[in-house]
Write a protein that binds this ligand. Structure first.
Ligand code: AMP
Length: 302
């Protein structure tokens, strides 16, 4: 089944204790689309400027991402610069230049409107609802957001949440959104606002899911080499939603497998800067790592 993703396509400048990468391919929708493309057809709606290098589009096309909804307009592409210390769970934003993203008005092409799954990446919650107004009854609507929108557009975000089935956010965002320090109590509160499921991404500590009565903890892989955590959350979402689109199995066991697929895709992405690890990744690599996760988290009954 097809997935529609709407979000940022960016040129990122990233510094970590292990190196730096100036003006490389980034953006929440880019990471999501590339990760999800291993499992399902992905349709991208975003905007770039005239300066956006063609070879980045070729990479996405080679991953069979449908780019008919990608607008290229006069001006400069969205740019984000960030830095990480040894605690790779926390990015310090050094610079955000919205550029063409400032006037982004998502236009969903007619051919995308029947997408079975919709992922609203991190954009203005007003625009997230504008996307949902244009699509026809998707089987699943998932969304991400960030501290900027929680603080600045809380009311709009709460309206969007009423229309969302699955919310994927990190632990700090969960606490901030709920105004509650305890993660479980925060999750319970958010789940009264609309979403049926909440996935809390916790960086190197894995991800937690509250899905109706089913609670599940997916580990993160303890990796010896982590170069750049940028996009890990979006790759998690890409693996998670991509796998659900592939199987269309929304039963508890199917959603648990999707959580592990999210962890698998995030674990690959952090091994290199930008999306570089996804460039050489094969489906066989994904299957092998899924088995590593199975072993990592398996234990017997008492
Ligand atoms: P993540 O590390 O998964 O949270 O996502 C990182 C990506 O989000 C980077 O590639 C950035 O280009 C993108 N990004 C950063 N700030 C914003 C923002 N305000 N709106 C949209 N995308 C952003």
């Amino acid at each position: 089944m097809s997935i529609l993703v709407v979000g940022s396509v960016a040129l990122d400048t990233v510094k970590t204790p292990f190196g730096q990468a100036p003006e490389v391919l980034g953006g929440s929708a880019t990471y999501f689309a590339a990760a999800a493309s291993f499992f399902a057809d992905v349709r991208l709606v975003a905007v770039v400027g005239e300066d956006f290098p063609d070879h980045h589009l070729e990479f996405l096309r080679a991953r069979t991402v449908d780019l008919r909804g990608l607008q290229r307009v006069p001006g400069r592409t969205f740019r984000w610069a960030g830095e990480y210390g040894f605690d790779l769970n926390e990015a310090r934003t050094l610079d955000t230049q919205l550029n063409v993203f400032a006037d982004f008005a998502p236009k969903i092409p007619e051919e995308y409107r029947d997408s079975a799954l919709v992922f609203l990446a991190n954009i203005d919650p007003d625009l997230q609802r504008e996307v949902l107004r244009q699509v026809r009854r998707p089987a699943l609507v998932a969304a991400d957001t960030m501290n900027y929108w929680i603080a600045g557009k809380g009311d709009s975000l709460r309206q969007t949440l009423r229309l969302v089935d699955t919310l994927l956010i990190n632990d700090a965002e969960t606490r901030q959104l709920a105004g509650e320090g305890n993660l479980v109590q925060a999750a319970r509160k958010i789940l009264t606002w609309g979403p049926r499921a909440l996935v809390i991404k916790r960086g190197e500590y894995g991800a937690l899911m509250f899905n109706g009565g089913d609670w599940f903890a997916a580990p993160a892989l303890p990796l010896e080499v982590i170069r750049d955590p940028t996009g890990a959350g979006d790759c998690f979402a890409g693996g998670f939603i991509g796998y659900l689109a592939n199987t269309m199995n929304f039963e508890d066991a199917g959603v648990r497998k999707a959580m592990i697929m999210g962890s698998v895709m995030a674990s690959f992405n952090v091994e290199a800067f930008s999306l570089d690890r996804l460039r050489s990744l094969t489906y066989a690599d994904i299957e092998t790592r899924y088995r590593v996760f199975k072993r990592l988290a398996h234990f017997e009954a008492l």
